[in-house]
Design a protein around this ligand. Structure first.
Ligand code: SF4
Length: 160
């Protein structure tokens, strides 16, 4: 969808994901997707300890709560940092495709970062118009891994 209007660079920044094996499986799918779609990409450093430090004290928050707001900030900020260093003018995020993700919360975080960095956030709400269902269909066709939980250890069975 985005490739029609933009030159895309896919940025993978997911220090939230744990355990590391789960991170590796999702990263493999990212490589597979970028290969299939001939996308330029960059993989950010994996720093789960740094991410855990960022959400310290919010471990027991429910999904869509304060821990998620920090998590989204942590990862989007790294995206803005990368964009700034590489003269990228627009950012958007696939985070909005997930039915349990709060798109207005994502937009609010992105707006504050756009003000700070002078980079425009393109406000796609990818879950609209059956976006999640279509994503699942595409993922199955492309043999991509389908995650069973959001990503952090607190959203997995092991974290409960
Ligand atoms: S539930 Fe998802 S969005 Fe929320 S903190 Fe965990 S990984 Fe981040």
């Amino acid at each position: 969808m985005l490739c029609k209007d933009y030159d895309i660079l896919a940025f993978f920044s997911n220090s939230n994901i744990a355990p590391e094996q789960e991170y590796k499986v999702r990263l493999e799918s990212f490589y597979l997707l970028c290969g299939q779609r001939s996308l330029e990409y960059h993989v950010d450093e994996y720093d789960n300890a740094g991410w855990l430090d960022c959400v310290k004290g919010l471990e027991d928050e429910p999904e869509r709560g304060a821990r998620c707001a920090k998590c989204i900030y942590y990862r989007l900020k790294r995206s803005y940092d990368f964009a700034k260093k590489n003269n990228i003018m627009y950012i958007t995020s696939t985070l909005t495709v997930a039915p349990y993700k709060d798109s207005p919360m994502i937009f609010e975080v992105a707006d504050s970062l756009s003000g700070e960095y002078g980079i425009e956030y393109v406000r796609y709400n990818f879950k609209k118009n059956d976006g999640f269902k279509k994503t699942m269909e595409q993922a199955k066709k492309s043999n991509l891994y389908l995650q069973k939980y959001c990503g952090c250890i607190f959203s997995s069975n092991k974290g409960r």
